[in-house]
Design a protein around this ligand. Structure first.
Ligand SMILES: NC(=O)c1ccc[n+]([C@@H]2O[C@H](COP(=O)([O-])OP(=O)(O)OC[C@H]3O[C@@H](n4cnc5c(N)ncnc54)[C@H](OP(=O)(O)O)[C@@H]3O)[C@@H](O)[C@H]2O)c1
Length: 331
C-alpha cells in the first residue's frame, strides 16, 4: 500500500514523503483495519508534523488524525465485528490516516449516515465536535448572550456562527480579511470585525458596553489578548488554538476585577473526561447537525495522496477558503 511518512519533524512540505509499496498494518485485538477513502489536512496535522502539537510523533510517523474509510477486517472483539464492512469516520492518534490502510481502536471508528458525502464524513470529528462541545457543553452559551470569537472565517469559526444562528446566541466575529465580512453575515453572523481596522476591544465595547460573557480564541498573540479584553464581569474565554504562535497578554487587574476565566480547551483531552454515553449523544447530535448543514465544512481543493506536498502547502496558505482534502480511495 501507499502511505505518507515523515522521519523528522519540520516544515510539512519539506519532511513528508510518499512510500509506495509497504505492507498494510495488521489489526490487534480490539482494533480494526480501515481502507481509507479521504482525510482532511487540519491545522493540528500541520503542527504535529512540525513537532509543535500536544502529541509528539514516534518517528518515522504517518500523519492524519481524522478521515473516513471502510472497515475491512478486525483483530478480534465484538465492536470490531459489528463495524466490519461499514463506512466509518476514523479518529487516529497512533498510526495515522494518510495511508491506503490504517489501524485504530474499534471504539475510535463511528458509522456515518449514508447521506453524508465522503468529504463531509472525512471531517466528522475534529471541528464539528469541538464547535459543539465548546459552545453547548462547556460554555453552555444561553440564548441571547454574546460570544466573541477569533479565526471566525475558518471552517470551525463558520460552524460556531451557524450554531449561534441555530441556538440563538449572538456572535461577534473577528477576521483578518475584509472579504470575509459579507460571507459570514450571510451565514448568520451578527457582527464582523476586521482585526486590522482598529482596536478589537473598543469595537466590541461599542456593541456591548458591559463586555461579553463568552469568548473563543484560536489565534493568540495580540488578537487573543484583545479577545480577552472584550470580556466583562464573570467572562470566560476558551483558548483552543495557537495560530499566531505567540503568547496572550492579560492584565492581572482585569482578571481579578472582573473574575475572568481564561482556559485551554483540547477536544481529545475533554473527550477523555466524558462518559461514553455523553460522547455517543454528542456524535449523534453532530450527525444530525451535519445533515442540517450547520456543521458542514467547505472544501478549497482535493489532492491525491501522491500530491501530499502540494496539499500541505495549500492548507497553510492564508485565505484558502475551505478545507484541503486528501482523496485516498474509492468506495
Ligand atoms: N483545541 C481543539 O481541540 C481544537 C479542535 C479543532 C480545531 N482546533 C483549532 O482551531 C483552529 C481553527 O481550525 P480550522 O480547521 O477552522 O482552520 P482553518 O479552516 O484553516 O481556519 C483558520 C482560520 O484562522 C485564520 N488564521 C490563520 N492564522 C491566523 C493568524 N496568524 N492570525 C489571525 N487569523 C489567522 C484564517 O484566516 P484566513 O481565512 O484569512 O486565512 C482562517 O480563517 C486551529 O488553530 C485548530 O488547531 C482546535
Amino acid at each position: 500500500m501507499k502511505r505518507v511518512v515523515f522521519d523528522r519533524c519540520g516544515p510539512p512540505a519539506d519532511v513528508l514523503r510518499v512510500e509506495d509499496d509497504v505492507p498494510a498494518p495488521q489489526p490487534r485485538r480490539g482494533e480494526v483495519l480501515v481502507r481509507m477513502l479521504a482525510s482532511p489536512v487540519n491545522p493540528s496535522d500541520l503542527m504535529y508534523i512540525a513537532g509543535q502539537y500536544g502529541l509528539k510523533p514516534v518517528l518515522p510517523a504517518t500523519p492524519g488524525f481524522e478521515g473516513v474509510g471502510i472497515v475491512e477486517a478486525h483483530g478480534g472483539g465484538l465492536l470490531g465485528w459489528l463495524r466490519r464492512g461499514r463506512r466509518v469516520a476514523v479518529i487516529n492518534d497512533r498510526v495515522g490516516n494518510w495511508a491506503e490502510y490504517t489501524v485504530t481502536q474499534a471504539r475510535q471508528v463511528l458509522p456515518v449516515p449514508d447521506e453524508l458525502s465522503d468529504e463531509q464524513a472525512a471531517t466528522f470529528f475534529v471541528n464539528p465536535a469541538t464547535a459543539l462541545a465548546m459552545t453547548q457543553k462547556v460554555l453552555r452559551i444561553p440564548r441571547g448572550a454574546w460570544l466573541v470569537q477569533s479565526a471566525a472565517g475558518g471552517e470551525l469559526g463558520k460552524m460556531v456562527i451557524r450554531l449561534g444562528a441555530k441556538y440563538a446566541f449572538r456572535t461577534i466575529n473577528i477576521v483578518r480579511r475584509r472579504e470575509h465580512v459579507e460571507e459570514l453575515k450571510k451565514l448568520g453572523a451578527d457582527q464582523v470585525i476586521v482585526a486590522s481596522e482598529g482596536s478589537i476591544a473598543q469595537q466590541v465595547r461599542r456593541m456591548v458596553p458591559e463586555g461579553v460573557r463568552y469568548a473563543l480564541d484560536a489565534v493568540g498573540g495580540s488578537v487573543g489578548s484583545e479577545v480577552v479584553a472584550c470580556l466583562g464581569e464573570g467572562g470566560r474565554c476558551l483558548v483552543y488554538g495557537s495560530l499566531a504562535d505567540e503568547p496572550i497578554a492579560v492584565h492581572p487587574r482585569a482578571l481579578i476585577g472582573n473574575t475572568l476565566r481564561v482556559e485551554g480547551f483540547w477536544l481529545a483531552r475533554w473527550a477523555r473526561t466524558q462518559s461514553i454515553l455523553t460522547m455517543l449523544r454528542l456524535f449523534r447530535q453532530v450527525a444530525s447537525l451535519m445533515r442540517e448543514g450547520v456543521l458542514q465544512s467547505q472544501f478549497a481543493a482535493v489532492y491525491p495522496l501522491e500530491q501530499v506536498q502540494q496539499a500541505v502547502t495549500h492548507a497553510a496558505q492564508p485565505g484558502k477558503g475551505g478545507k484541503v482534502l486528501l482523496k485516498i480511495g474509492d468506495r
